[in-house]
Design a protein around this ligand. Structure first.
Ligand SMILES: NC(=O)C1=CN([C@@H]2O[C@H](COP(=O)(O)OP(=O)(O)OC[C@H]3O[C@@H](n4cnc5c(N)ncnc54)[C@H](OP(=O)(O)O)[C@@H]3O)[C@@H](O)[C@H]2O)C=CC1
Ligand SMILES: O=C(CO)COP(=O)(O)O
Length: 339
C-alpha cells in the first residue's frame, strides 16, 4: 500500500528531518510530517530540507507528508520531534487520528512549560495509558546525524519490546549506535537539564572565561542533574551515559548547540530576545530553565548553576554576577550532597 510506512516522524525541523533521514537510510520507509504545508511542498520539490539542513539530500524512502491523518495512519510507530512547548498540543491533535496499535516515541528534550512535568506525564495525560511510550536521548547534533557521521544514542520506554524494536529500526552499523536503557525518567531528565547547563557553559565562554570554568560547569552540572534525578527516581548510572555526561559534554563544548550559542551571546552582553532571534531555531533551555528551576525548588534539590541561569534569564541578573555568585558560595566538600 502506497501510504504504509515503517515509521512516521512528526516534526520537520532539523532533528525530525535528521532522524527521518537516518531511518530512511536504514532501508525503512519513513513518513515525515510537518505542520506547514508549504515547507513540506519544498521538501518534496527540493528533496532536501534547505531551511534546517541545507545541502543534505533526502533518501528516496523518506516521504514528506503534510496531512496528519495520512501520516498517522501509515504506521504504528510514531516518532515525535517537535519542541517541548508544543509537545502536548501536537499529541492532542494526533490523538483522534492514532491507530489502535500505535506506539509513541519522542526525541523532544525538555519539560512541559508552566507545569514542569516530564513528557511521559504529558503523554499519559493526553493519550491515557493504552499506547507504549518511549524516549530517545543522547548526544546527537542533527546536522552530523543527517550527514551520516557516527553517532550514539539511548532509548528507554514503558515496554521492552517497543524499546527493542526502536533499537533495531534506528541502529545502523555504519553510522548510528543505539543503546537500550531501562531508565525512562533519567533519559528524559538528562535531555532537559543539559539545555540549562549548556547555557551556563556558553555564558562562561562568552564572558571570556576558559576551559577550567567550562569544565567545572559541566562537572558540577552533572552533579545537579544527578541530584534531581535521584529525587525523581532515576538511576544514577544513567547520568554517566549518553543522556547525562554524553549530552552535557556535547552541548557545553560545541557551537552547534543552540543552547550553548544562546549562552555565548548572553555572556557577550546581548539581551535574551536578541540572542534568541539571532539563533532562529528552538532554544529549549530558555523555557526549560524556568521549569527545571521550579522543579528543583519544589523537590528541595540544590541546583546552584540552574538557579544562576534562571536569575540571568528571568530576573535581570548578568552572567558576570552569576559567575561571581557561584564562585563565592560557601566552601564545601565535593561529595557533600546538599547545603
Ligand atoms: N537539533 C538537534 O540537534 C537536536 C534536537 N533535539 C530536540 O528535538 C526537538 C525539536 O528540535 P529541532 O528539530 O532541533 O528544532 P527546530 O527549531 O530545528 O525545528 C522545530 C520544528 O518544529 C516545528 N513546529 C513548531 N511548532 C509546531 C507545531 N505546533 N506542530 C508541528 N510542528 C511544529 C517547527 O515548524 P516551524 O518552523 O513552522 O515553526 C520546526 O519545523 C527539541 O526538543 C530539541 O531539543 C534533540 C536532539 C538533537
Ligand atoms: O540536544 C542536542 C544535542 O544532543 C541539541 O542541542 P541544542 O538544542 O542545544 O542545539
Amino acid at each position: 500500500m502506497k501510504n504504509t510506512a515503517d515509521i512516521t516522524v512528526l516534526g520537520a525541523g532539523s532533528y525530525g528531518t535528521a532522524l527521518a533521514i537516518s531511518l530512511a537510510s536504514n532501508g525503512h520507509r519513513t513518513l515525515l510530517w510537518g505542520h506547514d504545508p508549504e515547507h513540506i511542498e519544498n521538501l518534496k520539490r527540493d528533496r532536501a530540507n534547505e531551511v534546517f539542513l541545507p545541502g543534505i539530500t533526502l533518501p528516496d524512502l523518506l516521504v514528506p507528508e503534510a496531512d496528519l491523518a495520512t501520516a498517522l495512519a501509515a504506521s504504528n510507530n510514531i516518532l515525535v520531534v517537535v519542541p517541548s512547548h508544543v509537545f502536548g498540543m501536537v499529541l492532542g491533535q494526533a490523538k483522534p487520528l492514532l491507530r489502535e496499535d500505535s506506539r509513541i516515541v519522542w526525541a523532544t528534550k525538555g519539560l512541559e512549560p508552566e507545569t514542569g512535568r516530564l513528557l511521559q506525564e504529558v503523554a499519559g495525560d493526553v493519550l491515557g495509558d493504552k499506547y507504549p511510550l518511549a524516549v530517545l536521548s543522547g548526544p546527537t547534533f542533527a546536522k552530523e546525524l543527517a550527514a551520516g557521521m557516527p553517532t550514539a544514542i539511548s532509548v528507554a520506554g514503558t515496554h521492552a519490546t517497543f524499546t527493542q524494536d526502536l533499537v533495531e529500526l534506528l541502529h545502523s552499523p555504519k553510522r548510528l549506535r543505539v543503546y537500550a536503557n531501562d531508565d525512562f525518567i533519567g533519559l528524559q531528565l538528562g535531555g532537559a537539564v543539559k539545555n540549562v547547563i549548556a547555557i551556563s557553559a556558553g555564558m562562561s565562554d562568552g564572558i571570556g572565561f576558559g576551559a577550567n570554568a567550562r569544565t567545572a560547569l559541566i562537572t558540577r552540572g552533572l552533579v545537579e542533574l544527578s541530584r534531581l534525578g535521584e529525587a525523581m527516581g532515576a538511576q544514577a548510572s544513567t547520568f554517566m551515559g549518553m543522556a547525562g555526561l554524553g549530552d552535557l559534554v556535547l552541548t557545553c563544548t560545541d557551537n552547534q548547540s543552540r543552547n550553548r550559542r544562546f549562552g555565548l551571546a548572553l555572556g557577550r552582553g546581548q539581551g535574551v530576545e536578541e540572542a534568541q532571534e539571532e539563533i532562529g531555531q528552538v532554544v529549549e533551555g530558555y523555557r526549560n530553565t524556568k521549569e527545571v528551576y521550579a522543579l528543583a525548588k519544589r523537590l528541595g534539590v540544590e541546583m546552584p548553576i540552574t538557579e544562576q541561569v534562571y536569575r540571568v534569564l528571568y530576573e535581570g541578573g548578568t552572567p558576570r554576577e552569576a559567575a561571581v555568585t557561584l564562585l563565592a558560595r560557601e566552601i564545601k566538600s565535593e561529595t557533600q550532597d546538599s547545603e
